[in-house]
Each structure stands twice: as C-alpha cells, then as structure tokens.
Design a protein around this ligand. Structure first.
Ligand SMILES: [Zn+2]
Length: 330
C-alpha cells in the first residue's frame, strides 16, 4: 500500500550504485558509452546505447571508479567553500553556484543576489573574515527558514503530523534530528547549500519519525510513499563532494536472479558467489528459488552497507514486475 510509487526509476533512466559512487544512467540512441562527472557536486552521469547490457555497464563503471574519484576530487578542489570571503570565491545556495563579490561601504551588513550569478556581500570597511562569514551563515539561516516554513506546512497536511518547533543548527554528524515526544525537529544549516531536494528529504525523513520512530520497513515504506525519489536526494547528500561515508563495512550487495520460470528473485548478500551457488543447490538458497532452478544473476548493486542493501532490497521487492524488468534491462 504505502510504497506503491517509485518514480526514481524513470523510463530509460536509473541510478546505479557502485561502491560509494552513485551513477545516473540514461539510455539513448547512441553508439558509445559516455561518462561525465558534473560540477558543482561531482554528480556522475552515464549515457549508454540501448544494446549494452546491465552487466557490461556495471563492469565499465567499476573500471572507471578511479577516474570518477579523481574528477570528483578536482571539482571538490575548486575554491568552493574556502570561505576566505574574498572576491571570486564560489558559494552555493540550494545547489546553485554563485560568485562572491565583496562591497565595502558604511551601512548595514547584507547579502543580495545580483544578475550574472553574483552573491553581493556588503560589509563595513575593515570587517574581519570571521564577521564576513557570520554575515553569510546568518543569510543561509534566513534563506533556509524561508524555504522551510512553507515546506513544513505542506508536509504537515500531507503526512498528518504536527511539528511543534523546527530549529536550524550547525551539526557535524547529522543532517537532521527529531525529538519524537516533543515533536521538535532540527535541521542542519549546511542544507542551505545543497539542492532543495536534499532539504525536503531530510525534513520528510524527520517528520515521518513522528509516525514511526525507528528505521524499520514501515519507516522506509512511508518515506518511499511520500517521496518516491528519496534515494536520489540521499545520494546527493552523500555525493563525493562532501564525503559522508558510513563507517560500516561496505561489503554488501543487493542482487536479482532470473529463475527458470522467468520470474525474478531479489536478495542481499556479502558473498555473491557463495549465495548464487546456494540458490542453485539442493539445500540453502531461498525457498522461492528452490523449485525454480537454475537461476542466473541479472542485476547487482555493489559496495553497500548492510542497512543500505536491506533498504534497496525492500524498495526493489516492492516494485511492480514491469519496473523490476526495466531495472534488469536498464
Ligand atoms: Zn532517521
């Protein structure tokens, strides 16, 4: 019921996860594979001809991981966020990049967005770097709350919960948090720099906690129901530019096998070879696949933590057969 819609797997487009890298894959009428790493977030896009198999794409991406990381590091090394607060520095607001222009004059400190992607910072002559930074973070806070208020109202009506208070905080380790008993939500100030979808995902995530406190199936089902694209936003949050890698071992994968009767089975494992052998043996494997042998591997997302693999498994299992087939033939 709750996880019925999954817009994230659009026709001809899908998200492929390989180790810590998410790749947006689009099918096109073209001859060769084309891989791009795009600023400002180092997002990875792959265009592939229709005839290339999923496995071939996965192999290709795996072979390009070092290059992808190098490109992402180059993009990250650009003077974004250096925050010396000088002319020419790049700063972002809701994923949009702006060039900082410093204007020193007497009067009120303020920030305005000017034509040509200019972020105009007006401060009194002699204002220190620390104080210029304070003006910027005050402005981020203001922009974030301007975005948050209508979002909270809209999601309160949709989800049917009440947010008693929402505070914006600088947090080192979390994007958001929720005090369930008091109905209070905290949002990380850093979200002012990220694409608006990230803010919406974090807000919806915290608001869904008011219905379901733990990260269980019901919780992810609700999140998927309200925000079918949540995984894309989460991937943007965890993109290479601000590495936020989970500390658990990323040795897990979610996989699909095609059974002898042409049906698909989805599972997770940290040893694919062994698991596949088990699926095709008399014992072990899964109850479902035992009378449907032999099975063959048709889809893998590798390099996941156990919890992410379990979440992906849940999402894939909830997909309609047609969507699963789309993922396989990608
Ligand atoms: Zn949570």
């Amino acid at each position: 019921m709750l996880a019925g819609r999954h817009k994230s797997i659009k026709k001809g487009q899908a998200l492929l996860v390989c180790e810590d890298i998410s790749v947006h894959v689009a099918r096109k009428a073209m001859k060769n594979l084309r891989l791009r790493v795009l600023p400002p977030h180092g997002e990875v896009h792959l265009s592939a001809p229709h005839h290339v198999s999923t496995q071939a794409i996965q192999r290709f991406v795996r072979g390009q991981l070092a290059w992808i990381r190098k490109k992402q590091a180059e993009i990250a090394a650009r003077p974004v966020l250096s925050e010396e607060m000088v002319n020419g520095e790049r700063h972002r607001l809701f994923g949009q990049e702006y060039e900082l222009r410093l204007c020193e004059k007497y009067g009120r400190h303020q920030i305005t967005i000017a034509d040509g992607g200019i972020l105009l910072l007006t401060v009194r002559p002699g204002t220190t770097i620390a104080n210029r930074r304070r003006v910027l973070s005050g402005w981020y806070r203001q922009q974030l709350s301007l975005h948050l208020l209508p979002l909270i109202e809209q999601w309160q009506a949709t989800i049917g919960v009440t947010v008693q208070a929402c505070t914006i905080r600088q947090m080192r380790t979390r994007w958001g948090s929720c005090n369930i008993t008091k109905g209070r939500i905290s949002i990380n100030l850093e979200l002012a720099r990220r694409p608006p979808g990230c803010l919406e995902y974090v807000l919806v995530h915290e608001m869904v906690h008011l219905l379901e406190p733990s990260h269980n199936e019901r919780f992810w089902g609700l999140v998927g129901h309200y925000l079918p694209d949540w995984q894309e936003h989460r991937a943007a949050l965890e993109s290479g530019l601000f590495p936020c890698r989970p500390s658990e071992e990323q040795a897990w994968c979610v996989y699909m096998v095609r059974c002898a009767d042409n049906t698909l089975y989805t599972g997770i494992t940290n040893n694919l070879t062994q698991r596949l052998a088990a699926h095709n043996s008399a014992k072990g494997g899964a109850k479902y696949t035992r009378p449907r042998q032999p099975v063959s591997l048709v889809y893998v997302e590798e390099g996941l933590s156990h919890s992410l693999a379990a979440k992906r498994e849940y999402v894939i299992k909830k997909m309609a057969t047609k969507q699963k087939r789309q993922l396989v033939t990608l």
